[in-house]
Design a protein around this ligand. Structure first.
Ligand SMILES: [Zn+2]
Ligand SMILES: [Zn+2]
Length: 127
């Protein structure tokens, strides 16, 4: 069996120590019988969970993927960094220096960058 990769820090609160959980789904008609098992990863600090998946491997891939920034909507670069100016946090593209929406904290900035529709976010600008 393939060895699982490490569980990265929580994409929501950035704490280490998230763990695997599973839910046993029972067949509603035959209440004793376990129909299938769904896996997810849960953060012990903020209770964030990465969503339900059919295997630990897929759950982990999705969890670890969450930490990454999506590609830049202007230049499609995959490299971006979190920055802050005074009390505003934002994600900035490492290549074209486009800024994502401003936020009050790092997590929010990352979420706003990742949640936007490509090419479509209100206070983004390209310099
Ligand atoms: Zn967390
Ligand atoms: Zn860019």
């Amino acid at each position: 069996m393939e060895k699982l990769k490490r569980i990265e820090a929580c994409p929501e609160c950035q704490q280490e120590g998230a763990y695997f959980e599973e839910i046993k789904m029972k067949d509603p008609h035959i209440s004793q019988e376990i129909k299938y098992v769904l896996h997810y990863i849960e953060c012990g600090y903020c209770d964030y969970n990465g969503g339900l998946f059919a295997s630990q491997k897929v759950a982990l891939e999705h969890w670890n993927e969450k930490k990454k920034f999506k590609i830049c909507p202007f230049c499609q670069s995959e490299e971006a960094d979190l920055c802050n100016e005074a009390y505003n946090y934002f994600v900035i593209c490492s290549d074209c220096k486009s800024k994502g929406p401003l936020a009050d904290n790092e997590n929010e900035a990352a979420r706003k960058w990742n949640d936007r529709e490509v090419g479509l976010y209100p206070d983004a600008h390209c310099c």
